[in-house]
Design a protein. Structure first.
Length: 197
């Protein structure tokens, strides 16, 4: 319930204040990994506003130590992972959620962009696809102008999000490197279109 209320509030605020352009994605049923570029703290909220399905998020474990913010992000389906990598427990929780039919968001760059461009795509999304036998949906956000990494707070600026076509789990099992390259191209293509729109 909290997730739905906050998602609808975010949609309203983004549309009213930030001229958000949300290309709403229709995600495949069942477990799915959503792999997106990462530009700001707004990204998880914007991704959630871009689909009607509830999303689960991997979040840095230190965020859960805050007595106010920790319970809030747990309430919107976030779960902790180690800052230096997902770690065994974070990986197990992600796979458990995917096998239970949830949509789990990962940011395969591993950190927020320093310059607004898409960084190298790591193999985490493909690993989850193989372990849980679920597809990966590429996604892209354009939030860097609103909240670049070195700024302490966001400013009004257009926000954009888009979802692409799912890449089947079999692709990541049969050709992991090729599938990761395909995902990389898909995320960069989506991001480029958002920048041009």
């Amino acid at each position: 319930m909290l997730y739905v209320v906050l998602r609808e509030l975010a949609r309203f605020l983004f549309l009213a204040l930030c001229r958000a352009r949300v290309r709403r994605g229709t995600l495949p049923p069942g477990g799915v990994v959503i792999a997106s570029n990462h530009q700001s703290y707004l990204d998880p909220v914007l991704l959630g506003a871009g689909t009607s399905r509830p999303l689960s998020f991997m979040a840095r474990d230190t965020l859960f130590r805050n007595p106010l913010f920790g319970p809030l992000i747990r309430g919107v389906h976030a779960f902790p992972v180690r800052r230096d990598g997902v770690g065994k427990e974070g990986l197990k929780e992600a796979v458990r959620r995917l096998k239970a039919g949830e949509a789990v968001v990962v940011f395969p760059e591993g950190t927020r962009s320093k310059d607004g461009q898409v960084g190298p795509i790591r193999e985490g999304a493909g690993l989850l696809a193989r372990l849980a036998s679920v597809p990966v949906v590429p996604a892209a956000v354009d939030t860097f102008r609103a909240w670049p990494r070195k700024r302490a707070y966001p400013l009004p600026a257009p926000l954009k999000v888009a979802y692409g076509k799912a890449i089947p789990a079999e692709r990541f099992r049969q050709d992991p490197d090729g599938a990761r390259a395909e995902l990389d191209v898909a995320i960069r293509s989506l991001h480029r279109k958002l920048q041009e729109s």
